[in-house]
Design a protein around this ligand. Structure first.
Ligand code: ADA
Length: 638
């Protein structure tokens, strides 16, 4: 049986910028601070990590592998001075065979490089490319007969479930090296054995329990056992789900035969100070917040996320768009890297029932390039996805300025647009025009919104919010419009807010808080939910919601002030000021009124038995702290 040992602890890290060496534990990035403070000047170079370990207990013929779950962006691995392997691409798992160079006492050295180049994606994008070994590292001991460890970093088991009229068809293929017979066992969610069969065989299971989105994300587990002369010598396992889906260009997304409009958010993977070096705790916290808002889909932008997060998506019943970081600028010299990152993404994440679509690129037409080569590469990637995985659809996120007829938008199975109409482009109403035009021109092409959003800084406020003021109020108004717009256009196959969380983009200086993109509905540290969060929660969540907006907009001017309430508690919504009923509101989800400002205003709102409250003060002049005084630029060439 294989033995997996985590070796995150006790690494010697040499920071090449100043040649200092420190002892630390993984996960780690060297850009946790300078990648989040603006200026687009974070250290991009090669740094080294060294780890010393004693030879583990091994029998004659056993092999020792090292497994890296994420090293950004390129890695060269050495054992005792001998080159073991190299890897390009910062978001996927890779392994190296240490056996030939193994001694009693060993030094594992990894050179990690996140410097600029024109072969490894991403190179141009609105987020920080944190350098480091930022996910787990494991040592794996296997016998000479074992399940494959050298194939694109994947768990070498391919589970192909289909479902028709309540019955499940299942094919499982596991790859092994050396001798032996593979036995497949299927267990239900309670751990009860459902069936066993031989590797590569098809079986039919009557009355399978479906994986049915948020409502019932039921998971089965497959265990593959490698037996030599009847003795089990290696074992691997993976979870899977039975589900069917299709996309109708006129009616949207269907899960297990029923209409299931996909409405959700995009997610980046970083946090203050630690960058992308997350632990399970941060992943779980993110998932809890996404569940709270009531989203049923996540676009895991702009790269392969941690295996653990896909597991959480399976368990939560999220419908996932998974993609590679082929973004912003097509580099003809980077084509092989797009191919290898796509292969790794699909082979490594194949069994997750939560994944429904593979995204081939994002805003790839943004910068000047060889257009013919770009189109050719998209066709190749699209074919590659279909060849590796005929069970899922392909898509891409088109750049706003890429017109409806652009060739790149007509290669994948379904399409999506990043449209910031009402933010980068004035005129929220343009959303309606744009989508009508596309739908009229291409009625048989399923279209979605892969990104849309507005900056929202919880320290900036205005009584007359407008585009580009970065206020919490404009962000909320923008999203109120978008939710109504989506309700008017139910055929959109998926919509994804940009972004669920604020994230670091060192090339930004927006609203006097450099290094950050504030389009999140929740702040970077996940400690504050902006008002826009609650408009979504009121629309999407089944939990009771009554939210009085503008709590941070404490000092207000004028005779009257705006009151906005988000609620799914039905009507009426009552508004009290200093104990007096001042308004009774009717409507749907978003309730607005103006109330007369007194010197101090203790405002309470009530609906369906819930209450929320805030205190506002009347002041003579707008509070200068609420207005952007510096910085409204991006220096990463957008
Ligand atoms: C693009 C890009 C995102 C994001 C966004 C923005 O659409 O795909 O990475 O940063 O712009 O906020 O401007």
């Amino acid at each position: 049986m294989r033995k997996i040992t985590n070796i995150n602890k006790n690494w010697q890290f040499t920071y090449r910028k100043d040649n200092t060496t420190t002892t630390l534990d993984l996960p780690h990035t060297w850009n946790g601070i300078d990648g989040q403070d603006g200026g687009n000047d974070y250290y991009r170079g090669t740094c080294t990590y060294e780890h010393t370990f004693e030879k583990p207990e091994m029998k004659e013929g056993d092999l020792l592998y090292v497994e890296f779950k994420g090293v950004n962006a390129s890695a060269k691995v050495y054992l005792n001075g001998n080159k073991v392997c190299s890897h390009d691409g910062g978001y996927s798992t890779f392994r190296g065979n240490l056996t030939p160079y193994l001694q009693e006492s060993n030094v594992l050295k990894v050179e990690v490089d996140n410097s600029a180049n024109d072969t490894v994606y991403p190179q141009r994008a609105d987020f920080t490319f944190y350098g480091g070994i930022y996910r787990d590292v494991n040592l794996i001991v296997v016998g000479q007969n074992h399940f494959e460890l050298d194939y694109y970093g994947c768990n070498p088991i391919k589970i192909e479930p289909t479902v028709k009229n309540g019955a499940g068809e299942l094919k499982v293929t596991a790859w092994n090296v050396g001798e032996g017979e593979v036995e497949i066992s299927v267990y239900d969610a309670e751990g009860t054995l459902v069936t066993t069969f031989k590797n590569g065989e098809h079986v039919t299971l009557e009355n399978v329990h479906l994986w049915n989105g948020l409502e019932d994300p039921y998971l089965y587990r497959v265990v593959a056992t490698l037996k030599v002369d009847g003795e089990a010598v290696d074992e691997i396992s993976a979870r899977f789900g039975f589900r069917s889906f299709h996309v109708d260009p006129q009616k949207g997304f269907f899960l297990n035969g029923k209409s299931y409009p996909l409405r959700g958010v995009c997610r980046h993977q970083d946090r203050p100070g630690i960058g992308n070096a997350l632990t399970h705790k941060e992943h779980e916290e993110d998932m809890a917040i996404i569940k709270e808002i009531g989203a049923n889909t996540i676009r895991l932008a702009h790269y392969q996320h941690d295996d653990y997060f896909y597991d959480l998506c399976d368990e939560a019943g999220m419908v996932i768009w998974a993609e590679i970081p082929y973004i912003s600028k097509h580099m003809p010299t980077g084509n092989p890297n797009t191919e290898s990152q796509m292969k790794e993404l699909i082979l490594q994440q194949f069994n997750h029932p939560s994944i429904f679509v593979w995204g081939v690129s994002n805003e790839i037409t943004m910068m000047k390039t060889d257009k013919k080569d770009l189109i050719e590469n998209h066709k190749k990637l699209n074919d590659l996805c279909h060849q590796l995985d005929p069970s899922r659809l392909t898509t891409l996120a088109c750049f706003a300025a890429c017109g409806p007829g652009n060739k790149s938008a007509h290669i994948t199975d379904i399409v999506s647009w990043n449209l910031y109409l009402g933010w980068y482009v004035p005129g929220l109403f343009l959303n309606d025009w744009w989508i009508k035009l596309f739908h009229a021109l291409y009625p048989n092409r399923a279209i979605g919104y892969s990104e849309y959003g507005a900056e929202g800084m919880p320290n900036l406020h205005s009584a007359k919010p407008k585009r580009f003021d970065n206020t919490e109020e404009y962000q909320a108004i923008y999203h109120e419009y978008m939710l109504e717009f989506f309700a008017r256009n139910p055929y959109l196959w998926a919509t994804h807010v940009w972004n669920m969380f604020d994230f670091a983009a060192d090339g930004r200086d927006q609203g006097g808080d450099p290094g950050m993109n504030h389009k999140g509905l929740v702040n970077f540290s996940r400690t504050l939910k902006k008002d826009a969060f609650y408009v979504y929660k009121a629309y999407w969540s089944k939990e009771p919601v009554l939210h009085l907006s503008g709590k941070r907009y404490v000092n207000r001017t004028g005779k009257k002030t705006n009151i906005t309430v988000y609620s799914n508690m039905g009507t009426p919504v009552e508004v009290y000021n200093n104990g007096k009923l001042v308004a009774t509101l009717e409507g749907n989800k978003v309730f607005k009124t103006k109330i007369v400002l007194e010197k101090e205003n203790n405002v309470v709102v009530k609906a369906g038995g819930l209450e929320d409250q805030a205190t506002f003060y009347h002041v003579d002049k707008p509070d200068p702290a609420y207005i952007v005084t510096s910085g409204n630029s991006m220096s990463w060439e957008k």
